[in-house]
Design a protein around this ligand. Structure first.
Ligand SMILES: Nc1ncnc2c1ncn2[C@@H]1O[C@H](COP(=O)(O)OP(=O)(O)OP(=O)(O)O)[C@@H](O)[C@H]1O
Ligand SMILES: [Mg+2]
Length: 135
């Protein structure tokens, strides 16, 4: 699937401190994109929706932290994520990343992947915010 292939290419360029916000409606392909990112970082981890876990870690050439804010109930939980520590350790991809708000005063690379659903198997992917990255 092209979504996963595009994410894989981007994943190869990820490094510690990189933050990617994955934004799109239910079933858009955010987890699919995170799976491609993990492949691109060299991880062989099984990537699925972290339903009951806010964060999953995939070791690879660079660690990828996979965060899903779908079930986030209080903004205090975002602070409890330890986002700065995760960014020190590796790259971070956040499903429902638009719920993150202002994260911190960090200065690493940060971009948003916007996924539009155009049809049952058709998606439009756009990348905003980080000029060094493309899809
Ligand atoms: N081009 C495509 N890109 C991504 N997903 C696609 C595409 N075409 C079809 N799909 C299907 O759409 C679904 C996307 O599911 P996925 O779990 O990745 O979405 P999600 O945005 O993470 O959903 P959720 O909002 O529940 O977290 C999968 O069943 C996938 O097979
Ligand atoms: Mg998902």
């Amino acid at each position: 699937m092209e979504t996963e292939a595009a994410a894989d290419r981007l994943g190869r360029s990820l490094r510690a401190g990189d933050l990617l916000l994955l934004v799109g409606p239910l079933g858009a392909g955010k987890t699919t994109f995170a799976r491609g990112l993990a492949r691109g970082t060299g991880s062989e981890a099984h990537v699925s929706s972290p339903t009951f876990q806010l964060v999953r870690l995939y070791p690879g050439r660079v660690q990828l932290a996979h965060v899903d804010l779908y079930r986030l109930e209080r903004s205090a939980e975002i602070e409890g994520l330890g986002l700065d520590e995760l960014l020190d350790q590796g790259a971070v991809a956040v499903e429902w990343g638009d719920r993150l708000g202002l994260v911190s005063a960090r200065t690493g690379r940060c971009g948003s992947v916007l996924i539009d659903v155009l049809g049952p198997a058709k998606r439009r992917l756009r990348l905003e915010g980080e000029p060094a990255w493309s899809l």
